[in-house]
Ligand binder design. Structure first.
Ligand code: ASP
Length: 512
């Protein structure tokens, strides 16, 4: 798309002198004061209380957008700051062209129409140009213009020659609020009562965000309803589509609000599918919105705070996808739903939380060990879109698992392509079930995972036909420390990626 010159010029060509209002004379303070920009794009720091204008404009293709303009007279200098959040149909992907347009338009105010100095820089990771040029009467116009994706900001002051560089002042004070994209697939957090009083899916992402006004102060929020489904009814394909949507976003962080029932599985699948350098946070609610003290709004605020937090953003890759519940941050590979109704229904039993939210601060506590995840991702480079159903068998006292042979006899109709055995203790099956388990392992890749809910299993301690030594020798794949539910998610993903048994075994082996 071509640069829509008219709209860009409209965004930057605000004749500064007309915006400068006489105010009480102020000294330029050492510190500049924050001005909240209402388009949530930038915080521009200006001395004192500036005049503020909101100017509505439209791109050449007619998409409306808002330009904020601030002006101030202080210490003999006139200041103007402008911010715009360009609509999608303006070509903002070439920041240098946007900045050139900004230079050209302001140059018209200069003596001779030319800047005497232009320095191309980066400010807070964004393309920037600082320029200076002569004004009539011996004064100088200095400008710093910054363009980052859809955000544009320019700061300018007219003053006497020799004043300190605007860049020095502005650089330290120009802050972009992080853009956090909230994706809402459904869940208890998004329910509302029907006429009988029973809770039904109904709320969308906008409703969830609107219920937490404090979010506005934390981030620039975009809200998107993905579906209105209880997480107990989500499918692998929906999570693959969600991952694709997340990959396509231009955001500084992503929050997924879903149901609690499968959060431990969906967050782990997202972790396998995504390798982003921005935080991806999954959250939910244990108490629905009609109950006293529902936890959804607090969890959403906490999740956005976590996604917007500088430490989380700096370590996004090292952390992987995280879950935030009740002010704690958990690694997706470890988080588990540990209670069906209580508000403290989540825990990370192997490793504990990665961070805690206290007041409005994220307090980091540890970084997860992710070697096995990283190695798995490398092997899972090409994941197909053909589902590969995986059966889950829970071992239990005195159960011979007689469903296994029935299933194998009808395997075409049943359709499972892999299986997980939630084994007892360090990796054992009841002796009476061993024959069936071994038959299953011969028919399809079968992973053994601890029914205790995670933690490394034994490999070489016990003898006898139902021991871990015998099961491993019989070709069962050792699932390492993964919870059976997560082992099932990983096996489905391996099968979708077309991995053979040996590669699957090697991949699981890295999990301990
Ligand atoms: N059944 C609901 C779901 O997972 C429960 C919840 O959200 O807490 O969507």
């Amino acid at each position: 798309m071509k640069l829509q010159r008219r709209s860009v010029l409209a965004a930057v060509l605000i004749a500064a002198p007309t915006l400068v209002r006489a105010q009480a004379k102020l000294q330029i303070p050492d510190r500049w004061y924050a001005v909240k920009v209402e388009d949530n794009a930038f915080i521009v720091e200006m001395p004192g209380i500036p005049d503020h204008k909101v100017l509505n404009d439209a791109s050449a293709r007619g998409t409306p957008f808002v330009l904020h303009s601030y002006s101030l007279e202080a210490g003999g200098n006139s200041y103007v700051a402008q911010t715009a959040f360009y609509p999608a149909d303006v070509e903002y992907r070439e920041p240098q062209r946007v900045l050139h347009a900004a230079l050209e338009s302001r140059a018209k105010q200069l003596n001779g129409g030319k800047w005497t100095k232009t320095d191309w820089r980066e400010v807070a990771g964004a393309a920037a140009v600082e320029s200076a040029g002569p004004l009539a009467g011996g004064s100088q116009l200095r400008q710093l213009a910054v363009s980052k994706e859809r955000r544009f900001v320019s700061l300018a002051f007219m003053g006497r020659r020799g004043r300190r560089s605007l860049l020095q002042v502005a650089q330290a004070h120009l802050m972009a609020k992080p853009r956090i994209h909230v994706l809402a697939p459904g869940g208890t957090i998004a329910t509302r009562p029907d006429s009988s009083g029973a809770m039904q899916m109904g709320l969308g992402a906008d409703d969830l965000v609107a219920a937490v006004p404090l979010l506005k102060g934390v981030a620039e929020i975009a809200a998107e309803t993905v579906s209105r489904v209880g997480s107990h009814s989500l499918g692998f394909d929906q999570i693959h589509a969600l991952a694709a949507r997340i990959r396509a976003l231009e955001a500084d962080g992503v929050v997924v609000t879903q149901g609690t029932d499968t959060l431990e599985e969906t967050s782990f699948l997202l972790d396998l599918l995504l390798e982003l350098d921005v935080p991806v946070v999954v959250t939910a609610a244990m108490r629905n919105p009609s109950l006293t003290s529902p936890d959804g709004p607090g969890n959403l605020l906490a999740a956005v705070r976590v996604a917007a937090d500088p430490w989380m953003r700096a370590h996004a890759k090292a952390l992987g996808v995280v879950a935030v519940m009740l002010d704690e941050v958990y690694a997706a590979a470890d988080v588990a739903k540990v209670h069906p109704t209580r508000v403290n229904g989540f825990a990370s039993m192997q490793t504990g939380p990665l961070a805690a939210l206290v007041e409005d601060r994220v307090v980091p506590m540890s970084l997860p060990v992710r070697d096995a995840m990283i190695a798995a991702r490398r092997k899972l480079a090409r994941i197909g879109d053909k589902a590969a159903p995986v059966a889950l068998f829970w071992t239990a006292l005195d159960d011979a698992l007689p469903l296994i042979p029935l299933m194998l006899a009808a395997s075409d109709r049943v359709g499972y392509r892999g299986a997980v055995i939630a084994a007892m203790g360090g990796g054992h099956a009841p002796e009476r079930a061993v024959e069936n388990v071994v038959r299953l392992a011969k028919a399809m890749p079968t992973v053994v995972s601890p029914r205790t809910g995670g933690g490394p299993m034994l490999r070489k301690t016990y003898a006898g036909p139902s021991s871990e030594i015998a099961l491993r020798q019989a070709g069962l794949i050792w699932g390492g420390r993964l919870h059976p539910l997560k082992a099932r998610v990983l096996l489905e993903t391996c099968l979708r990626a077309g991995l053979e048994r040996a590669a699957i075994s090697e991949l699981f082996d890295a999990f301990g």
